[in-house]
Design a protein around this ligand. Structure first.
Ligand code: RUQ
Ligand code: CUA
Ligand code: CA
Length: 629
């Protein structure tokens, strides 16, 4: 036995003690649970472990990472791209937030994409997932949900920008989000978490038993809502199978409670399984209603419906994760120390009423306290985060099934301390058929003593773990800003990005159409169009100058500045900032971007380029001359 595994054993002993102390139901105030070891106590052991790992987190200067990591930005409302294994942050993609660097939420193009929610300045992104073909990433889109404002969004992976945002009608708080894996991502599956009255008009607020929520199928190409399914209980997380026939969601509030204690009463809540073929057939046959807020087909999937089945699962289950082979899915118990393993090929029989709901469960085994999410290595092993225990538990699925059937096998292979209180975790390519068992990222909600203190607000700690060998090895700590809920790790071979914008890019097609209607060729013209008190200023840019040194408007004019960056050189992004007007935006090579604002101040108003583009970047500026009203 090596020194390292001896120390691991000591750690498990300590955790045993801690477990006794807290007991199995002492979960409230879990965030206050003390750290199992201090950072210093861990330093020596961690160093030794990292040094021994087969896969290193070290990427030398100038070297490229092997994987793209897509991180949700939580209540920052964005998505971030990290390089794996270096854990370097490569890019931020503003989605539901406002971003002053790129002008996301300020520019006309981004407002068009935000559509009916353009007035919302905040969001809470949780679950990024890439579109798939036959259970494999296809590099086309990354989808993300906004719990805060009940939206789903799509990011185009060729330019890594948001290109569609849809507000889901008739419900509140989209939490769980996944894609259909097979045959391809036709649907996004989106869980509305909170139960509400219908219609929600203030006249039936006391009818709590009458509240319900909806499971949503969103067309991945049009981003329109295809159908909504009324369910019993609420909806937490979701995943799909590898046949394309089923999606399934966890529910922590089968009680239909509106308070904390009420939602913890039942020993079991459930997993609800959706039969996609039957849903599509029912929609086709016109067997739906519509709700006040929209014309989206709404179907009843409550208990007794043909469209769904409800499988009891202990207790306030959280994550639901399909294993890469597609044979099993794992629900994570949260308030129960167990995970529940479903055998997915039993779902056909369940829907044909040949077996009972619980007959689809092939194992329900204890792992530790507060299981939240499970990831897989593609070799039959699973990695489950234990929030209360501050550990990742590696276990073998087949062995868990044997143990559940009474055989005397040890299904738990290793427990690794993580720092501290993990929520999601994700393995490289682990939610696809291509799971490669190389890296595991564990996303910790608390950093505590891991980093230099930065005041009362701490970063989180995203840890990288080498899972290629028999033992998990912690190889990197990565502080992150609020609050990556979830991430996904995609091999770089799956992603092809553009170096320059295509001049026909749909992102700015609306702006080009406006220019055409104004008789302006944005490639060549520097021109002002006056249309009553609306003024459209079209200019080009080539480092280090705008095509226009100055332009004149009247106080009270609504000014739209449209800039086309004619630079053809990769990386020469310009900006446009109108001083004292709250106006900023990015114009990358070959991009057209526009922003609209009121010229409400008379006199000389300077504008300048705010993306460093040239030795004479400071000199890239001009004047807006505003004639007083
Ligand atoms: S949830 S910590 Cu928003 Cu993904 Cu599980
Ligand atoms: Cu153009 Cu800086
Ligand atoms: Ca419950």
């Amino acid at each position: 036995m090596s020194k390292e595994s001896e120390s691991s054993n000591n750690v498990s002993l300590e955790n045993e003690e801690r477990r006794k102390f807290f007991g199995k139901t002492a979960l409230l105030g879990a965030g206050a649970v003390a750290a199992p070891m201090t950072a210093t106590m861990f330093a020596t052991m961690a160093k030794a472990n990292a040094a021994e790992a087969a896969n290193s987190a070290t990427i030398h200067p100038g070297e490229l990472d092997e994987y793209y990591g897509f991180w949700s930005g939580g209540h920052s409302g964005e998505v971030r791209i990290l390089g794996i294994p270096s854990m370097r942050e490569l890019m931020r993609i503003p989605v539901f937030n406002i971003d002053s660097a790129t002008g996301w939420g300020l520019t006309d193009e981004s407002k068009r994409i935000k559509g009916d929610s353009a007035h919302l300045l905040a969001g809470d992104s949780h679950h990024p997932h890439m579109s798939m073909t036959d259970g494999r990433y296809n590099g086309k889109y990354v989808f993300i949900n906004d719990k805060a404002n009940t939206r789903v969004a799509r990011i185009r992976c060729d330019i890594m920008k948001t290109d569609k945002i849809t507000t889901i009608p008739n419900c509140q708080a989209i939490h769980g989000l996944r894609v259909q894996k097979v045959p391809h991502t036709k649907y996004l599956f989106a869980n509305a978490e909170f139960r509400i009255p219908h219609p929600n008009n203030g006249l039936n607020m006391d009818d709590v038993p009458g509240y319900y929520t909806l499971f949503n199928g969103v067309d991945a190409e049009s981003m329109d809502v295809s159908w909504q399914i009324i369910v019993d209980g609420n909806l937490d997380n979701t995943d799909a199978d590898y046949t394309g026939k089923y999606a399934f969601s966890t529910c922590y509030n089968s009680e239909g409670a509106i308070d904390l204690t009420g939602s913890m009463k039942a020993e079991r809540d459930h997993l609800v399984i959706f039969n996609i073929e039957r849903i599509e057939a029912a929609v086709k046959a016109g067997k739906f209603i519509t709700l006040a807020g929209s014309d989206v087909p709404v179907l009843d999937g409550r208990k007794g419906s043909d469209l769904t089945r409800y499988v009891p699962v202990p207790k306030n289950p959280h994550g639901i994760n399909t294993a890469p082979g597609g044979k099993y899915a794992v629900a994570n118990g949260k308030l129960s120390p167990t995970v529940t393993v479903f055998q997915l090929d039993k779902f056909d029989a369940l829907f044909e009423d040949k077996i009972k709901p619980r007959d689809t469960v092939v194992a329900e085994v204890e792992l530790g306290l507060g299981p939240l999410h499970t990831a897989f290595d593609g070799k039959g092993n699973a990695f489950t985060t234990l929030f209360i225990d501050s550990q990742v538990c590696k276990w073998n699925v087949e062995k868990a099934i044997q143990a559940y059937n009474g055989e005397n096998v040890d299904y738990i292979l290793q427990k690794l301390d993580v720092h501290y209180q993990p929520g999601h975790n994700h393995t490289s390519m682990g939610e696809t058929r291509d799971a490669d068992g190389k890296y595991l990222v564990s996303l910790q909600k608390f950093a505590k003593d891991r980093f230099l203190q930065c005041g009362p607000l701490h970063p989180e700690n995203d840890q990288l773990i080498d899972i290629s060998g028999d033992e998990m090895k912690l190889i990197h700590d990565g502080p992150t800003y609020a609050e990556p809920h979830d991430c996904m790790i995609v091999h770089r071979s799956k992603v092809k990005t553009r170096k320059l914008y295509d001049r026909e890019d749909p992102t700015f097609a609306g702006t080009i159409a406006m220019a055409k209607a104004d008789g302006v060729n944005v490639h060549t013209d520097n021109k002002i169009i006056r249309d009553g008190n609306k003024v459209r200023v079209y200019m080009t840019s080539v480092a280090p100058a705008y095509g226009m040194n100055e332009f004149s408007v009247k106080q009270g004019d609504e000014v739209t500045v449209v800039i086309t960056n004619l630079d053809q050189i990769e990386d020469v992004t310009h900006g446009f900032c109108m001083v004292n007007h709250g106006v900023q935006m990015e114009i990358s090579p070959q991009q057209t971007a526009s922003v609209t604002f009121m010229a409400d101040k008379p006199g000389v108003q300077w504008f300048y380029c705010n993306w460093f583009c040239h030795a004479l970047h400071m000199e890239m500026r001009g004047r807006m001359l505003v004639e007083p009203a």
